[in-house]
Structures are given as C-alpha cells and as structure tokens.
Design a protein around this ligand. Sequence first.
Ligand SMILES: [Zn+2]
Length: 175
Amino acid sequence: MNFDEKYIERFWEKVNIRGEDDCWEWLNYKSPDGYGRTRYPNGGNMTLTSRIVYILTFGDVLDNMRVLHTCDNRGCCNPKHLFLGTQTDNIHDMENKNRAVHLPEKKKIDKLTIVEIRNKYNKRINTQQELSLEYGLCLQCIRNMVIGKTHKNVGGPITIANRGFNQYNYKNRSI
Ligand SMILES: [Zn+2]
C-alpha cells in the first residue's frame, strides 16, 4: 500500500501522541465498538487505525493477520502497544479479558439457532471462531454445541471432534 507523505502527516495529526509508553488516542472517527477507523489512501476502504499504524511503523500486514492491542484500548495508536495475531488470538484475548459473551447455563437458546449453527459448522460454511463471533457465544459453547456435548437432542448434524480440514479451503484456520 502506498502511503504518500501528506497522508502520513495528516494521519498522525489525528493522534494524541504522548509519552512512549502512554496510550496514543485516535482523535478522529471511531466506530461504536471503540476502534479508530479512517480511510486508506486515495479514497480506499475504512480501515482500523491500529492496522494503519502497524503498517506505517513495521511494514505490510498479511490479510489474515489482525493487529491487536496489548493495552486493551481500542482507540490506541501507539505502535508499542500493538502486536500481530490471528483471529483465534483475538478471540482468546477477548475471552481472557472477559469480553466474550458466555452462554449462561439456564439461558434458553432456541433450537433452530442450534440446528443452524450445527449445519453451518458441519457443512464447513463457517469455522467455530466465526460462529462464535456471529452468534455472540464463547468458543467453548460453540464447540460443545457442534460436537453434541451440549443440547444433545435438539437436532442438527453432530460433528465429530477434531475432524481434519481440507487444507486448501481451510489453510490459516486452526479450528
Ligand atoms: Zn495503548
């Protein structure tokens, strides 16, 4: 990605640059979930500011990699607070920070939703991580659901645990 000097200069003008270990807040547009977002150069797509900071500082980032925060401040643009991870890391990170939604044991999740989740996983339409994000349930809940450890009798295809994946379609996907 080409970033011209003007773009880079204007980008950093929108960051509250402080001490080298402080959080550097993005001062411009943030999405409702608290992430700074801005356009890539030349009218490109809206992109996470953390990603742009990472690229400006350390170089290109592969499409399947995420730029994550060590400081848990989604609006932070301090390159020292950013690291590269996969979507899996992102979910584990969220779980560690208790942001992921856990399904309370007694909460009723409707049968059709469970069947839908099982079908999507069984047909390899989505990975467990994607289902976890889509339905707002923790990864463990999704895993237990698709292998029939929970909600045994509501229907939908049960997938055996730890099945292998077609490497072509599922490279970069660990679960
Ligand atoms: Zn920070």
